[in-house]
Design a protein around this ligand. Structure first.
Ligand code: DX5
Ligand code: ZN
Length: 228
């Protein structure tokens, strides 16, 4: 199982965004995580499709856009035009999830579904086949630098079982409190894609931090393989 590291620009120095992105890509980051918040679905406001478009003009790296907004379907077209790669909607934020995932795929993007800590995995059980990325939140979304939600490790383990049961090849991404202290156990539980904002962008050397998180995640993935 390959490991993917997805630095979240939420914790980057936005006045020097492209420098920050260049640093993490130099460290081998696999995709850039873009946290889109509307001040309604979550109690914070960040950025929208223009930031994704600006990043796309500067890098060919996959853009992993995480929509923490109500009625995310309204943003499919702007993010498609911006050049997003993954577009992840929250199951709690919309009715008719399946229809919107199909629309994302029709627009040539890879559809993802995110689940808040309190949302059971059953929310996606019926539509696993439509999903290219399952995002298990390990904080309540809204802010960077929050404490890791401990039951998240067990939820990741059950999410991995769910994907395996459906023979899904979707990425299993974790977001929130991912750091040196948590990444290895999350990989051992079956996550393969790791969002980290605070841990990477507050490090003295963000590129080295990407490499260190990858090293620990690979060790965790190895533990998992050894158990099988
Ligand atoms: C949280 C966002 C995260 C956030 C993670 O609402 O979805 O992507 O940037 O931040 P850290 O890694 O600082 O917990
Ligand atoms: Zn996120």
């Amino acid at each position: 199982m390959s490991v993917r590291i997805a630095p979240s620009i939420l914790s980057a120095d936005l006045a020097h965004l492209m420098d920050e992105v260049t640093k993490v890509l130099a460290g081998g980051a696999d995709q850039i995580h873009v946290d889109v918040m509307d001040g309604h679905f979550v109690p914070n406001l960040t950025f929208g499709a223009p930031i994704a478009a600006a990043l796309r003009r500067c890098t060919a790296a996959p853009l992993d856009c995480h929509l923490m907004v109500r009625h995310p379907e309204a943003y499919i077209e702007p993010f498609a035009e911006a050049g997003a790669t993954f577009l992840t909607l929250h199951a709690e934020a919309t009715d008719h999830l399946e229809r919107h995932l199909a629309e994302i795929r029709r627009r040539g993007l890879r559809p993802g579904v995110a689940l808040n800590p309190a949302t059971p995995l059953a929310a996606i059980e019926e539509i696993v086949e439509e999903v290219d990325l399952l995002l298990v939140m390990t904080v309540n979304p809204g802010f960077g630098g929050q404490a890791f939600w401990e039951p998240g490790t067990e939820k990741v383990r059950r999410a991995r079982d769910l994907l395996d049961r459906h023979e899904s090849r979707a990425l299993l991404e974790v977001d929130g409190g991912v750091a040196r202290q948590t990444v290895q156990r999350l990989a051992a539980a079956g996550a393969d894609t790791f969002v980290a904002g605070h841990a990477i962008f507050t490090a003295a050397d963000p590129a080295a931090e990407v490499r260190e998180l990858r090293r620990l995640a690979v060790a965790g993935a190895g533990e998992r393989m050894a158990r099988r």
